[in-house]
Write a protein that binds this ligand. Structure first.
Ligand SMILES: [Zn+2]
Length: 432
């Protein structure tokens, strides 16, 4: 009988790893970087360079799964390395808490993901390579740009095309999250079916994709659902803003801003970047990106103009502030001194860094106050509200649901006859 077990994301948000085993074969969905739960490693106390996986394994902060990682990655730990030819990994999306340990996986083990996930990881690697050439490059993306270990070879997997692997048939379905390529998987064994949502939401641009996934997953023996917002009592988590509304708010800000506009947002939220760029353009504004951001977007296939802060460029902006929207990192904030700013300008916080509660965010607020620049927000997060999570479970009607990627799994309370099981780390659950 097939068994399912959980090697990350248990009682914490992030680090998802779902293992399905049958007849000696294994399918692992996601291989996220573990967020510290023991605080043994907490930046700047990091695992030793080159030995990160071994250090994490020894500390109990990486999954103790034999024949998954390469021999050299697990050297000295006592864990068996090297692939067994009967294991495959499927990645739901490009966020590091879902793919972060992929660089340690033995090359014998195939690693599948959406073509967009592969493209994002390659674009991030381009940023990493550029940073090695240019010491002034700052790796200030919210998450690590480069994966630890070797650059993994991702096999692009078409959507809706079942793939056979040992006794398994695995199908990838696009779902909605705040990064392109986000996928859910349905894993069929000879007698059971398992569905994993990855990260998911109903308030994005692709609710229809989630509906199709739910339709295909209907009646599965086991549903593994993310639960990021469970127990998070903020308005943003409980009543997320629809992406269409985010666009409207942004257009509204563009319409009413007479001076220079500044913005901070997340690099991997490509759809929002494209939509904001289009809206800015419709109001006669060119978007200027930091060189890190422009390198990433160009490598992904979106040509992007760079904010260089050269005297010429600053003069052009000073001559026509209403023609520009400038993306800023915390590092760039002191450049405000050289920009034409005042009450006619705006700073738009669109889910990116600096978070307003962080030291950089507080600093930003002082700078904005100094130049009397209004601060506006326009954003929405990538995770379904608790109500939407219950709706998804209701539509799928699994026999058993396991909430993962949440610190409050006990707050998922499906209607009978669906049984909810709060998963335990490393415990094998028989299905059927
Ligand atoms: Zn995610």
């Amino acid at each position: 009988m097939a068994k399912v077990s959980f090697w990350g994301g248990v009682g914490i948000t992030g680090s998802s790893k779902v293992l399905v085993e049958d007849e000696g074969w294994r399918v692992l969905c996601d291989i996220g970087l573990d967020r510290p739960h023991s605080d043994l490693y907490h930046h700047p106390v990091d695992p030793r360079p080159g030995k990160e996986l071994a250090d994490r394994l020894r500390a109990g902060e990486a999954p103790w799964l034999p024949h998954l990682f390469s021999e050299d990655a697990v050297a000295g730990t006592g864990l068996a390395g090297g692939g067994d030819g009967r294991t495959a990994v499927f990645i739901t999306h490009a966020h590091v808490d879902h793919i972060g340990l992929a660089g340690w996986v033995d090359p014998v083990v195939p690693l599948y993901a959406a073509p967009e996930t592969k493209a994002i990881r390659e674009a991030l690697s381009a940023v990493g390579r550029a940073a090695q050439q240019d010491p002034t490059f700052e790796l200030i993306f919210a998450e690590k740009v480069m994966l630890e270990g070797k650059t993994p070879t991702i096999i692009p997997m078409a959507a809706d095309q079942p793939l056979s692997f040992g006794p398994f048939t695995v199908t990838r379905y696009p779902v909605d999250h705040d990064v392109p390529g986000a996928s859910g998987y349905i894993i069929e064994t000879r007698h059971q079916r398992v569905a994993f949502t990855g990260d998911i939401r109903l308030h994005g641009r692709h609710k229809d994709w989630v509906e199709v996934f739910c339709e295909h997953a209907r009646g599965v023996d086991a549903l593994i659902i993310e639960g990021t917002t469970l127990g998070v009592h903020t308005r943003e988590a409980e009543y997320p803003v629809m992406e269409e509304q985010v666009d409207k708010s942004f257009a509204d800000i563009m319409r009413h801003t007479k001076g220079l506009a500044l913005i901070t947002l997340r690099p991997r939220n490509i759809e929002r970047i494209e939509s904001f760029t289009q809206i800015a353009r419709s109001f006669g504004r060119t978007v200027l990106w930091s060189k890190e951001f422009a390198t990433f977007l160009s490598a992904y296939g979106i040509p992007s103009a760079v904010m260089e802060y050269s005297p010429d460029q600053l003069a052009r902006i000073a001559a026509a502030p209403s023609h520009y929207l400038i993306q800023m990192w915390p590092r760039d904030i002191p450049w405000m001194t050289d920009l034409p700013l005042g009450p006619d300008s705006v700073f738009i916080q669109a889910d990116g860094d600096p978070r307003l509660s962080s030291p950089a965010g507080r600093s930003l607020q002082h700078w904005l106050a100094k130049y009397r620049v209004p601060l506006r927000t326009a954003g929405s997060r990538g995770h379904a509200s608790p109500e939407a999570l219950h709706q998804i479970v209701g539509r799928i009607q699994p026999k058993v649901v396991y909430p993962l990627h949440t610190h409050a799994p006990e707050l998922l309370l499906p209607e009978p006859p669906v049984v909810r099981v709060v998963p335990q780390y490393g415990k094998r659950y028989a299905m059927g």
